[in-house]
Design a binder for this molecule. Structure first.
Ligand code: ZN
Length: 315
């Protein structure tokens, strides 16, 4: 029996490039807990078989600080589990035989037990207990839309508002722009500044900048989430994502100015900005939200489904 916490609504998600030959992990014939969900993963260049129970701990440990609130860690566990199941159902070109790899630029980050010991040192046992608890207390729980696991992307921090998928990867009904409560007080390195010399800017842009620095910057168009949709630099129009990549900015939530003959970018938050903000989830948890509420906020219109036998109250 599956329990539906939040009713899903409307429209079929049609992601481009879905593979019909994908391994069907969802819907499972019988609801599966993490120990019963077998995954093929790509780590250190090798395919190996593992279970969701084992692999997910390393993902949550890699993707969110163990010091975060228990409810934020649970939201992260559900989001990462869901992300992995969606990937398993729709393998990416880079590794068609594996559900996920451990490259955060491709799938999601993952650390091994040895890496956790090294990273955490004397806090290893305490931190591992926190992560294990978050995974165990959400055992088997998955976010769905129209009955299938959603593309549960997440990012480090936004600035008041998350980004809509439409701005980057095409519209997805549950990846819309929502408010996010993190601020400079709650996120280390929330505001960053990147200074680019005229010479480096010319090289990156492949343009000749005018002798008059006042001419370097043209119009900036901001999108519905107040991020940069396009910016004109040196007569060239770049998308926010292109500018982010070109000048190694932490996000597309930035402003630009010319100071002393340099291009200076003031950036807020970190990451693509779509889906759950991890710092935002932590602030929501600090303010009393449970993980279900956090997930419903960042992935509106989705359902949180679970096998009743695995719900915490039945354990
Ligand atoms: Zn990958």
């Amino acid at each position: 029996m599956k329990r539906i916490f939040f009713l899903s609504m409307a429209m079929l998600l049609c992601a481009a490039g879905l593979s019909i030959a994908a391994v069907r992990l969802w819907p499972p014939e019988t609801p599966k807990d993490d120990a019963g969900t077998v995954l093929t993963v790509l780590t250190d260049g090798e395919l190996r078989e593992t279970t969701m129970a084992d692999y997910l701990i390393g993902v949550v440990a890699a993707e969110m600080p163990a010091s975060f609130e228990p409810e934020a860690l649970k939201a992260q566990a559900v989001a990462a589990r869901t992300y992995i199941l969606d990937r398993a159902a729709h393998p990416v070109e880079a590794h068609r035989d594996a559900a996920v790899c451990a490259d955060p630029g491709c799938c999601c980050a993952h650390v091994t037990d040895d890496e956790m010991r090294e990273n955490w040192g004397r806090d290893y046992r305490k931190n591992l207990r926190r992560i294990r608890t978050a995974v165990r207390e959400t055992d088997g729980q998955v976010l769905t839309y129209e009955g299938a696991p959603i593309r549960a992307v997440f990012h480090s921090s936004s600035g008041g508002q998350t980004e809509a998928s439409a701005a980057l990867w095409g519209a997805v009904p549950y990846l819309v722009s929502v408010s996010s409560p993190e601020t400079a007080e709650t996120v280390p390195g929330f505001e960053t500044t990147v200074t680019v010399s005229a010479q480096d800017a010319q090289k990156a842009l492949e343009v000749e900048l005018s002798d008059d620095p006042a001419q370097w910057l043209g119009e900036t168009v901001r999108d519905g989430a107040d991020r940069v949709e396009t910016i004109m630099i040196g007569g060239k129009t770049l998308s926010g994502a292109e500018a982010r990549s070109l000048f190694s900015l932490r996000s597309t939530n930035f402003t630009a100015e010319v100071v002393d003959g340099n291009l200076v970018f003031h950036v807020i938050g970190s990451g693509h900005g779509v889906g759950m903000s991890q710092y935002g989830a932590n602030v929501m948890a600090q303010q009393g939200s449970g993980y279900q509420e956090i997930l419903a906020h960042y992935y509106p219109g989705t359902a949180l489904e679970q096998d009743d036998a695995n719900s915490p109250q039945n354990k």
